[in-house]
Write a protein that binds this ligand. Sequence first.
Ligand code: IPM
Ligand code: MN
Length: 374
Amino acid sequence: MNYKIPVIPGDGIGPEIVAEGQKVLQAAAERHGFGLEWIPFDLGAEHYLRTGELVSEETLKELSGYRAIYLGAIGDPRVRPGVLEKGVLLAMRFYFDQYINLRPVKLLEGVWTPLKDKGPKDIDFVVVRENTEDFYVGQGGRARRGKSHAHLEVLRSIYQVKFGLDIESDSEEIGYQIGMVSKEGCRRVISYAFQMAASRENHVSSVDKANVLSDIYGFWREVFEDVAAGYPGVKTDFNFVDAITMWFVKNPEWFDVVVAPNMFGDIITDLGAMIQGGLGLAPGANLNPEGTSMFEPIHGSAPKYKGQNKINPIATIWAGALLLEHLGQKDAADDIIRAIEVNLRQGKVKTYDLGGSSTTSEVGDEISRLIRSG
Ligand code: IPM
Ligand code: MN
């Protein structure tokens, strides 16, 4: 078996961490008797600054011929904030309709957590973040005093929504942003969470802010209840987003599968990363189970560390394990996680964020060695 995998190293520290991920995946592939063929794609700041292009339709089409993409990070201080993030990263998530953003929050043995008296048994849940809707649909604008009109459009492969907005305002200027969720969009991600709970502890927690943003998140809640009715054996609860940040800190052991709309999912997974030992250890998977998925660390491009061989590659290596699991190579994925666990437990080869002084590539080498000798 030979897998062709597009790889987008991207910006900042992206190339350094992805190189270590490729190294480790290669070691796992050799051990398990399958091949990996990497197909590099040059996307991100350099490409944009050189060509003025974010990501072309042609590139997207080409990428859509693969099941899994390996991504480093996107974002660069030379480009105005949001341009690359929206124009490349979100463009890919939306184009491939990667409606699930899976973010495991798992404290591995040997890793320090800022939560007092909590250990690996307490911190082991997964956040299923909706990844295509909500305030991320990118529809909004500004209007000056007087009358104006705006056309807003959300185009997804499963639906199209058009808004025509008549604006009449006597404020000097307003800025606005439309948040939108659809029944289909909520249903598919919430169903995914329930299916996932069946292989875990049969508990799904919903995140919303239905007490205030009741139109959008009251609707989310209704769909959640609807889906939940089909899974009578699964325990459920509703959590307001502000409260769940408190529970993540106070009682992380309560959680099993947490399903959240896009923006709240974004926010709570940075907190999740921190309680599992930091951004250097938090992987993510953008999934379209029927299409092209994309695997990346949840941290950004950390431009100030670029080229220093200093950043922890484990989040990216772990994301690579999720990639192999997605391709059906579960044993190889488990081997990678096991090697990461051994590396962390031994605590000898570790980067600065974990209190060590090893380099990015030393950690990649060590995890590869542990796989080979495992
Ligand atoms: C993430 C990031 C992105 C997001 C940004 C860079 C667009 O914060 O993957 O969590 O908001 O989804
Ligand atoms: Mn984020």
